[in-house]
Design a protein around this ligand. Structure first.
Ligand code: NAD
Ligand code: UDP
Ligand code: UDP
Length: 347
């Protein structure tokens, strides 16, 4: 098994690169050195848990903008784990086998906070991580988003759909940023022979989500726990598909280890209106929670639901956790954080 005290040398790393991804499933292999940018965030920290558990060495690169040390604190003292406070907009030198590139604020509240910074993170940050991957020959996985489909004119959205995106709207720093990141990844793949993987992630929820990030699941769960009304924007008939975080992490790892570049939609095809989601939250937390209607935001996509045929066929992946099963799994974490120390913030 992997020896946590042994730090693989550069030479071993070079060799393992050639084996990475080509070891038949089920065979033991030595741990890889993996970078997870954004690894102190919601999705990243769950991914880090899984990578360390399977014996990899993990370097988290995170500027802690929306991430929290608390998300990875349970790995402090593990020699196979390292947290580097670093902004991916600046270059960095590391020797690794795989790069999971997640660094980017993900919720509208956060990515609109400083839109220029968001697009720099997506473009310059992704360029730097691709440059790093090229230099050391690492495999690179980009976490793109369903937002590349914009306000989709096709439903459900398959990967072949090019999207309906507003280039000058308030969401553009994020969705056009991610579209450019995908372009960069493909150009490094075609031009420099880099091994890249592209995931288009649909709305994901679970423990360690930022409490006050304004997203619908975190809002409703926090509101129900605080005995506040659930704020439904617009008429509440817009739809989303909600994926539990463990399903996403499984999909990201299958994509990284597999042979296919993608892009792959990773999401749960179960489609819910915001009013139906409010009902699930009422059933799970507080049947008496009231609903309050609020005006909707500009550019809000009316419908979103992934077509995951490609991931099913080529990666053998599909989500296992339904909304009814997954939602209760995040309630205790939210309860602890909201009530234990009065910490209502993301810090
Ligand atoms: P998150 O905000 O919890 O995590 C993002 C992490 O990136 C944070 O730890 C943050 O501190 C870090 N970060 C941001 N800018 C950085 C920078 N310039 N340099 C270094 N670190 C930086 O969000 P998440 O939900 O875990 O999202 C992770 C990734 O998945 C993001 O790329 C996001 O776009 C993508 N994604 C998430 C969802 C979702 O529903 N959660 C949906 C689609 C795509
Ligand atoms: N880069 C990095 N770490 C590395 C290698 C490159 O941060 O180990 C950055 C580098 O500073 C550059 C970007 O990645 O800004 C793209 O690098 P690449 O070598 O592809 O392009 P070039 O440096 O020729 O523009
Ligand atoms: N939404 C809502 N109440 C809230 C927060 C969001 O009804 O308190 C709606 C929002 O208008 C959107 C949907 O929920 O239609 C999903 O919003 P979120 O910000 O979670 O994700 P995204 O729009 O990025 O899919």
């Amino acid at each position: 098994q992997h020896d946590h005290h042994h730090r693989p040398s550069f030479e071993q790393g070079r060799r393992s690169r050639h084996y990475s991804g080509r070891v038949p499933l089920g065979l033991k292999r030595r741990g890889l050195r993996v970078v997870v940018t954004g690894g102190a965030g919601f999705v990243g920290s769950h991914l880090v848990d899984r990578l360390l558990a399977r014996g990899d060495s993990v370097i988290v690169v995170d500027n802690l903008f929306t991430g929290r040390k608390a998300n990875v604190l349970h790995h402090a003292g593990n020699p196979a784990f390292e947290l580097i406070r670093h902004d991916v907009v600046e270059p960095i030198l590391l020797e690794v086998d795989q790069i999971y590139h997640l660094a980017c604020p993900a919720s509208p509240v956060h990515y609109k906070h400083n839109p220029v910074k968001t697009i720099k993170t997506n473009v310059v940050g992704t360029l730097n991580m691709l440059g790093l991957a090229k230099r050391v020959g690492a495999r690179f996985l980009l976490t793109s988003t369903s937002e590349v489909y914009g306000d989709p004119l096709q439903h459900p959205q398959a990967e072949a759909y090019w999207g309906n995106v507003n280039p000058i709207g308030v969401r553009s720093c994020y969705d056009e940023g991610k579209r450019t990141a995908e372009t960069l990844a493909m150009d490094y793949h075609r031009g420099a022979g880099l091994e890249v993987r592209i995931a288009r992630i649909f709305n994901t929820y679970g423990p360690r989500m930022c409490i006050d990030d304004g997203r619908v699941v975190s809002n409703f769960v926090a509101q129900a726990l605080r005995k506040e009304p659930l704020t439904v924007y617009g008429d509440g008939k817009q739809t989303r598909s909600f994926q539990y975080v463990s399903d996403l992490v499984e999909g990201l790892m299958k994509l990284m280890e597999g042979e296919h570049v993608g892009p792959f939609n990773l999401g749960n095809p179960g489609e819910f209106t915001m009013l139906e989601l409010a009902k699930v939250v009422q059933d799970t937390i507080d049947p008496n929670a009231r609903i309050e209607f609020r005006p909707n935001t500009a550019d809000d996509p009316h419908k979103r639901k992934p077509d995951i045929t490609r991931a099913k066929d080529l990666l053998g992946w599909e989500p296992k956790v339904s909304l009814h099963k997954g939602l209760p799994l995040m309630v205790q974490d939210f309860r602890d954080r909201i009530f234990s120390n009065g910490d209502h913030t993301t810090a």
